[in-house]
Write a protein that binds this ligand. Structure first.
Ligand SMILES: Nc1ncnc2c1ncn2[C@@H]1O[C@H](COP(=O)(O)OP(=O)(O)O)[C@@H](O)[C@H]1O
Ligand SMILES: [Mg+2]
Length: 125
């Protein structure tokens, strides 16, 4: 199955998701996988980390928003990663979906519509 993607955009999205997963997981695992579902192509980053409170989910993709800000700056960064990632996914007609449970972990899936198989090299023109 194929998707028409910008390599650098995809790389930046995955780097953001993987860095978050590692940063917000003290113990357990971070797993990356890919697959297809309902005619879409996806990559998924799953962790057994701190999870995200349901109340914070609407702010998740807002730039400069961090769940732990205000109380303690335990986790250094700027709160831009997910906002940028969502915009990059949108540029490729994709979307980021989240399943998370506080203190259990999170799963971020970035998914894209499938495209037809690219023409073979040399077949164009
Ligand atoms: N895998 C994750 N587990 C728990 N919380 C997360 C995870 N990914 C993102 N978050 C929460 O979403 C916020 C925004 O993420 P992001 O935009 O990447 O900002 P940053 O990583 O700079 O803090 C984080 O500050 C954190 O509160
Ligand atoms: Mg980040």
């Amino acid at each position: 199955m194929w998707a028409d993607l910008d390599e650098q955009y995809l790389e930046q999205i995955l780097r953001n998701l993987i860095e978050n997963a590692i940063k917000y997981t003290d113990e357990g695992v971070v797993a990356v996988s890919t697959g297809t579902a309902e005619g879409r192509v996806y990559a998924e980053v799953e962790d057994t980390g701190i999870g995200i409170d349901e109340a914070f989910l609407p702010d998740l993709f807002e730039e400069f928003r961090q769940e732990s800000r205000g109380r303690s700056r335990t986790y250094e960064e700027n709160g831009l990663g997910l906002g940028i990632s969502a915009r990059l996914a949108d540029q490729m007609n994709g979307a980021i979906r989240i399943e998370t449970e506080k203190h259990k972990g999170s799963r971020f899936r970035v998914e894209f519509p499938r495209s037809s198989e690219p023409a073979e090299a040399g077949a164009e023109g």
